[in-house]
Design a binder for this molecule. Structure first.
Ligand code: SF4
Length: 255
């Protein structure tokens, strides 16, 4: 991507004075934390950029290949989601929101749940939050079409309330199967709800940022950042989101 275009996307993020620092050996170099859905690990110590040595052992995790949806291909999985009535959200949704993007993508972006616009259009991250996500991705050289985008929940919680534990537990196997089919090189959890559900933790988003977590038995690297809808409400946090994106880009460069 040329520098002019990147500048335009950074402007969209409200970041006009970004200067790229060399990741390897810099203060931006990622620390490594092994975590799982069952238990998030302790924060990592600084440095140790490329070494996969974890400071804590991973907790037992569900085998993503052995979940309820094991064996389903993309088409079958999409059909199962469209017909799903496993939780009460099926009664209030307009339609399910399965996910969108390149089925061979290296990047998997995971949000919380569909909002009103997503529920209406059947696609995750549309509207203003979707536009900001697109700008965030473009800023690190990725087009929306190059990644895969999904939510923890496939149906909209009424009034955009937080998903409850039952809803998340019922819906997660669909995402786990999507991950097993996609085999991403990195997952970017956007927002507190997505991060907490994926990592099985109640830690704050601030405590989960700037670490490399791991998801499932396949130990997919997982990085946490802010939800674009939150950034629209709190633009002062955009710079932190930008730091997270650079961090994630550095992580995938080492995979
Ligand atoms: S939220 Fe998930 S589990 Fe609940 S009805 Fe929708 S697809 Fe099924």
């Amino acid at each position: 991507m040329n520098s002019q275009l990147r500048r335009e996307y950074l402007d969209a993020l409200g970041l006009k004075s970004w200067t790229l620092r060399t990741a390897r050996g810099s203060a931006d170099a990622p620390s490594l934390v092994i975590a799982s859905r069952a238990q998030s690990a302790a924060p990592a110590a600084p440095a140790a950029p490329a070494a996969p040595a974890a400071r804590s052992a991973p907790s037992p995790v569900r085998d993503v290949s052995a979940t309820r949806e094991a064996g389903a291909d993309w088409e079958e999985l999409r059909a199962r989601v469209a017909a799903c009535t496993r939780c009460s959200l099926s009664a209030t949704r307009t339609q399910t929101v399965f996910g969108v993007g390149n089925p061979h993508a290296d990047w998997l972006i995971v949000g919380e749940a569909p909002g009103a616009e997503e529920d209406r259009r059947g696609e995750p991250f549309v509207g203003r939050a979707g536009q900001l996500l697109n700008s965030m991705l473009h800023a690190i050289g990725l087009a929306r079409e190059q990644v895969y985008i999904a939510n923890v929940l496939k149906c909209r919680p009424p009034g955009n309330r937080d998903p409850n534990l039952t809803e998340a537990a019922e819906c997660l196997p669909y995402l786990e199967r999507q991950i097993a089919l996609l085999k991403p090189k990195i997952m970017l959890a956007v927002g507190r709800i997505a991060a907490q559900n994926l990592l099985g933790t109640e830690k704050t988003l601030g405590a989960l940022r700037q670490q490399v977590h791991r998801f499932g038995l396949s130990q997919v690297p997982l990085v946490v950042t802010y939800h674009p809808a939150y950034l629209l409400r709190t633009p002062t946090e955009k710079r932190k989101a930008w730091e997270d994106l650079k961090f994630a880009r550095d992580v995938i460069s080492r995979v």
